[in-house]
Write a protein that binds this ligand. Structure first.
Ligand SMILES: Cc1cc2nc3c(=O)[nH]c(=O)nc-3n(C[C@H](O)[C@H](O)[C@H](O)COP(=O)(O)OP(=O)(O)OC[C@H]3O[C@@H](n4cnc5c(N)ncnc54)[C@H](O)[C@@H]3O)c2cc1C
Ligand SMILES: *[C@@H]1O[C@H](CO)[C@@H](O)[C@H](O)[C@H]1NC(C)=O
Ligand SMILES: *[C@@H]1O[C@H](CO)[C@@H](O)[C@H](O)[C@H]1NC(C)=O
Ligand SMILES: *[C@@H]1O[C@H](CO)[C@@H](O)[C@H](O)[C@H]1NC(C)=O
Ligand SMILES: *[C@@H]1O[C@H](CO)[C@@H](O)[C@H](O)[C@H]1NC(C)=O
Ligand SMILES: *[C@@H]1O[C@H](CO)[C@@H](O)[C@H](O)[C@H]1NC(C)=O
Ligand SMILES: *[C@@H]1O[C@H](CO)[C@@H](O)[C@H](O)[C@H]1NC(C)=O
Length: 528
């Protein structure tokens, strides 16, 4: 009986707090602003940190890191405020005031979220906490470690490392404008993944603001909390202020190459064979497959990175993957940091191009899959035909090989569960110009449906950093939030979903940090 009334109390309390959140009204917003202004008691700081829609710079600031223009249309919901903290304590103030006045916040680092969740929500009045002022990078070369604030991009990080020492590197993504805030908290991978695994695998400490507004480091947050933010997606748990990461060694000379094929026959032969080789060959070698249109033709390209000189690369490929037909003139030797520029398709620009902040000009939609068994050649033919459709003019299909370090780390070591047993990941991407989007989005769905029989099925997995709202989002139906969240949570996290829920329940039981797909706390199941 006692237990029952205890739960009834909790239920009432929850209903009240939900009502409170839903009814965030003008005076809540005014209260929030006043709360913030009081906490930031220097008027210079106030104007540097708080941006209202009345400020002329507001729309520019909002757009500054929107990487998917699908979410910058005039009818896209806009935030009521943007905060650009200059000090960690400003982040604490933002969290404390928004909690007190029931204002919903979205944390934005590099703005690359595939579904725009760091700067858009349809559900409620909201505030963006934009971390772009918090971007210092402090490298300790002797200790091979770095403290990087989460408003920095991976390009800025690579550039700072490359300037200091050309045989030190960090294994993270390919696109330099990606933010370390979202990227590391969702896993993060690129050309060094077969040798070194995920970015999150190399995080050794972190500083964060939790739901109570406290600043915590690893020692204080505890190992479960620290585990959750290295792959579980930051937006469910806290605002990460900075990461301490360990650097890895790379040789002073690496080799990049790119082989391109225009005929379906020769491309599908190579791709077929690639499925048996790419995840098993030396982990010094990373070869991707990219399928896309070139005028009215489809072409397959095989860009790669080898951690060593061209002569050993050619010997290795001729022995184990002669079908690729790699020749010396396809290859170029350079330093690792130059290979980052090359892979980002920035040509032969000097390495400081990596710290340029640019915005994406094309709207896009993407979905992802993991492949556990080689697909038959007929699957490649299907993709080839799809790429000839009129809606696929700017589409890209990217196959990313796993194996190596990716398979050596156990599934439960970080929340990212797609390790051993995966040969590669496929990303289906479509880009377009302008507002009309339906036909391009349908194209991605068609390709995804075509591939269902060839990819991992139990569950059909997905990568949180390639967020896909088609997998589901909270609609507040009859199920508990836990039941709702589980349906896509297991696709992103498999068995790690339950542990993420336990962490969430203990560190943020009132679900202050939430979005359309965030990890739910247990409470709703326990109450029902
Ligand atoms: C062009 C492009 C190229 C990409 N290339 C790769 C790649 O090579 N490899 C790869 O693995 N991924 C890649 N991605 C995906 C990328 O890793 C994810 O989109 C990642 O989440 C982006 O992080 P962000 O900080 O830029 O994004 P944001 O949109 O700022 O954030 C993404 C999510 O993380 C949350 N978040 C951001 N900062 C913090 C913080 N400090 N604390 C807590 N939560 C936070 C946000 O609220 C949001 O939910 C690419 C994406 C794009 C658009
Ligand atoms: C608006 O918020 C204020 C402060 O929280 C509260 O006192 C008031 O009742 C709310 N008004 C409505 C209409 O919800
Ligand atoms: C406000 O200003 C006073 C005096 O300059 C300073 O001591 C105090 O720490 C400030 N408070 C905050 C919240 O920054
Ligand atoms: C914006 O300007 C209007 C008109 O000057 C004013 O009434 C309103 O309070 C301002 N809003 C904010 C958030 O400052
Ligand atoms: C290097 O890092 C280790 C572990 O983080 C630390 O104990 C040690 O003091 C650091 N050394 C230097 C020179 O900073
Ligand atoms: C770069 O780092 C490596 C590995 O830590 C070290 O051996 C080398 O001496 C460093 N080189 C320079 C130029 O600092
Ligand atoms: C590889 O070649 C293809 C086709 O020519 C091109 O689109 C792609 O940008 C190249 N990749 C890299 C990393 O340079």
């Amino acid at each position: 009986m006692k237990l029952q009334s205890f739960f009834t109390c909790i239920l009432i309390f929850l209903l009240l707090s939900i009502l409170h959140l839903v009814s965030a009204n003008r005076s809540d917003q005014a209260g929030f602003l006043q709360c913030l202004s009081l906490r930031l008691n220097d008027s210079n700081i106030v104007s540097r940190v708080i941006h209202t829609p009345n400020d002329t710079s507001f729309s520019l600031l909002l757009a500054s890191s929107i990487q998917n223009p699908r979410f910058s249309a005039p009818h896209t919901p806009k935030p009521v405020l943007i905060l650009t903290p200059v000090l960690p304590s400003d982040v604490q103030s933002g969290v404390k005031c928004s909690r007190r006045f029931g204002i919903h916040i979205r944390t934005r680092s590099g703005g690359h979220d595939y579904e725009g969740l760091s700067y858009v929500t349809h559900n409620k009045p909201f505030v963006i906490l934009d971390l772009s002022n918090l971007r210092s990078i402090t490298i300790d070369v002797d200790n091979r470690s770095v403290w990087v604030q989460t408003g920095a991009t991976i390009g800025e990080l690579y550039y700072e490392i490359g300037k200091k020492n050309q045989t030190l590197a960090f294994p993270a993504g390919v696109c330099p404008t990606v933010g370390v805030g979202g990227h590391f908290s969702g896993g993060g991978y690129g050309t060094l993944m077969r040798k070194h695994g995920l970015a999150a695998d190399h995080v050794i400490d972190a500083r964060m603001v939790d739901a109570r507004g406290r600043i915590l480091e690893r020692r204080e947050m505890g190992e479960d909390f620290f585990w959750a933010i290295r792959g579980g997606g930051g937006s469910s748990f806290c605002v990460v202020l900075s990461w301490k990461i360990g650097l890895v060694d790379v040789p002073s000379t690496v080799t990049v190459f790119n082989v391109t094929k225009f005929s379906e026959q020769s491309a599908s032969k190579i791709i077929h064979r690639w499925q048996f080789v790419s995840d098993k060959i030396s982990d010094d070698l990373f070869i991707r497959v990219m399928l896309q249109r070139y005028k009215n033709m489809v072409r397959a390209s095989f860009p790669g990175l080898y951690l060593g000189p061209v002569n050993t690369l050619l010997r290795l490929v001729n022995r184990e993957f002669p079908e690729l037909g790699l020749e010396e003139e396809d290859c170029k030797e350079m330093s690792w940091i130059e290979s980052v520029v090359w892979f980002a398709e920035l040509g032969e620009e000097p390495i400081d191009v990596l710290s340029k902040r640019t915005r994406g000009s094309l709207a896009f939609k993407a979905k992802s899959d993991f492949v556990e068994e080689p697909m038959p050649e007929t699957a490649v033919s299907k993709l080839w035909r799809r790429l000839q459709e009129p809606e696929a003019e700017l589409a890209q299909l990217i196959f990313t090989p796993f194996g190596g370090r990716m398979s050596a780390v156990a599934d439960y070591e970080t929340p990212f569960p797609h390790r051993k047993g995966n040969i590669y990941e496929i990303q289906y991407l479509n880009y377009w110009r302008g507002e009309e989007k339906e036909k391009y989005m349908r194209w991605v769905e068609r390709v995804y449906d075509d591939m269902s029989e060839f990819v991992a099925k139990s569950p059909r997995g997905a990568y949180i950093n390639l967020r896909d709202l088609d997998l589901g989002m909270y609609v507040g139906d009859k199920r508990s939030k836990y039941e709702e969240g589980k349906s896509w949570g297991v696709k992103y996290f498999k068995n790690n979903f339950e542990r993420l829920v336990r962490v969430k329940t203990s560190v943020d039981p009132s679900d202050f940090f939430c979005d359309e797909q965030s990890i739910p706390p247990f409470r709703s199941v326990e109450v029902i």
